[in-house]
Ligand binder design. Structure first.
Ligand SMILES: Cc1cc2nc3c(=O)[nH]c(=O)nc-3n(C[C@H](O)[C@H](O)[C@H](O)COP(=O)(O)OP(=O)(O)OC[C@H]3O[C@@H](n4cnc5c(N)ncnc54)[C@H](O)[C@@H]3O)c2cc1C
Length: 383
């Protein structure tokens, strides 16, 4: 057992941290206020190799491991979880299915430019009637000459207002079975699809849309993978992404903790720094412990992805622990900082709003518990 990061991992962390502090942090407050994402960051992330870090070199990626992907996400989210949501919707949710089951032409037209940050990707799965329950999906793709006509709606789609294409899930048979689900690549913007930008309490620096899809034509060449065969691809993608998302909430928790710790050392009340009050010191101790617990679960999960042994239940345990821990850490950070924690010139309030999104997005905590409990019932337990 080796619990150390490699020299390469440490150097990657340093590079991404420097980039985020120097080139991204200056935009964060303005993004949070205006609810816009600085799209030029995608180009920069492409240049730095961050968007395709975890894909094999033979497929146009950088050939790093999942541990590296988690380091990148942790460092992005330490500065802005909203930016990391944009990163995740693009580099994982949008790109991963194309890498996994796309044709060489689809890879050339969509994966490669997305890896370079020249095209922005999003992923359309959730719907007004089916967020937690994928099988309740109603968006229908009907076969027509030369392609498909798609009608339906997609809700809470990250990056959609700024995206150049979407990996879209739709039903190709009227029944509600899993094997009726197919994936398509849709160019954006396009006729037959309108996007309403949504106003959010959290992740305000990422852009999120409600999509109305009405008789949208998609050519046959944009069917992704096998018709009615990509439900397992979606599940595998979501399961693996739970580890990456957990790395990002670990990062946002660290961002809030570091700010609160610094504040607690500097803030003098009744003649002494507040860190010398036991109530504050204990909160900091709880925060540090929550972060440490998340860190070990996240990087254990990343290591398991690299070994090809991560189970759905393990991914869910990691997401459950990391997201609930981040919520506690960010709340503690605000309590420690008192009134200052509520003010927008500090970042702990933003981190707390963002942490709230992650007990919901990418599968709510209840859904993670359902997955874990199902595995327990089947007798799938860790050694
Ligand atoms: C900011 C943001 C960005 C997002 N980005 C994307 C994106 O890019 N692409 C995408 O496809 N989706 C995206 N989502 C959607 C996200 O994955 C869903 O919001 C999430 O899956 C929950 O679905 P819902 O909002 O419909 O909640 P619901 O499914 O309506 O759940 C409401 C409540 O009921 C509980 N519940 C529901 N079903 C069960 C059950 N079986 N057992 C126990 N409890 C249950 C839930 O835990 C929750 O407390 C995003 C969401 C947000 C908030």
């Amino acid at each position: 057992m080796d619990f150390n990061f490699s020299v390469e991992h440490n150097s990657l962390r340093e590079t991404v941290r420097r980039h985020m502090e120097e080139e991204a942090a200056p935009f964060v407050r303005q993004s949070d206020e205006s609810e816009t994402f600085p799209k030029q960051l995608f180009r920069r992330w492409g240049e730095l190799g961050m968007l395709a870090a975890r894909y094999p070199e033979s497929d146009g990626g950088v050939g790093m491991d999942k541990v590296s992907d988690c380091i990148i996400r942790e460092e992005i989210a330490r500065v802005s979880q909203a930016y990391c949501a944009a990163f995740s919707a693009h580099s994982h949710l949008g790109m991963w299915p194309i890498w996994k089951v796309g044709t060489s032409l689809q890879k050339e037209q969509y994966f490669d430019p997305a890896a370079a940050g020249e095209k922005v990707a999003c992923f359309g799965l959730s719907e007004p009637d089916g967020g937690s329950d994928i099988r309740a999906m109603k968006t229908r793709a009907n076969k027509v000459d030369g392609g498909w006509k798609i009608t339906g709606s997609k809700l809470y789609i990250t990056n959609s207002p700024i995206a150049d294409f979407m990996t879209l899930a739709a039903r190709t048979k009227p029944d509600l079975s899993a094997d009726a689900v197919s994936l398509f690549i849709v160019d954006l913007p396009t006729q037959g699809l309108t996007i309403d930008s949504l106003k959010k309490e959290g992740l305000r620096g990422s852009e999120t849309g409600l999509l109305h899809i009405d008789d949208l034509f998609v050519p046959d060449s944009h069917l992704l993978g096998e018709k009615e065969g990509t439900y397992p691809v979606i599940l595998e993608s979501l399961s693996e992404n739970r580890v990456g998302v957990s790395a990002s909430v670990l990062g946002l928790a660290r961002g809030a903790y570091e700010e609160a710790l610094q504040f607690a050392k500097a803030r003098i009340v009744r003649g002494k720094p507040i860190i010398d009050y036991q109530a504050v010191a204990h909160r900091l101790a709880d925060m540090a412990t929550d972060i440490e617990a998340s860190r070990w679960m996240v990087y254990w999960g990343a290591w398991k992805v690299d070994q090809g042994t991560l189970t759905d239940a393990e991914a869910s345990k990691i997401k459950l622990v990391a997201s609930e821990a981040a919520l506690r850490v960010t709340e503690n950070a605000i309590r420690i900082m008192g009134g200052a924690g509520i003010m927008r010139d500090h970042k702990v309030g933003m981190h707390h709003r963002d942490a709230l999104v992650y007990v919901i997005g990418e599968g709510t905590s209840d859904i993670q518990r359902n997955i874990i409990a199902r595995a327990l019932k089947k007798g799938e337990v860790n050694d």
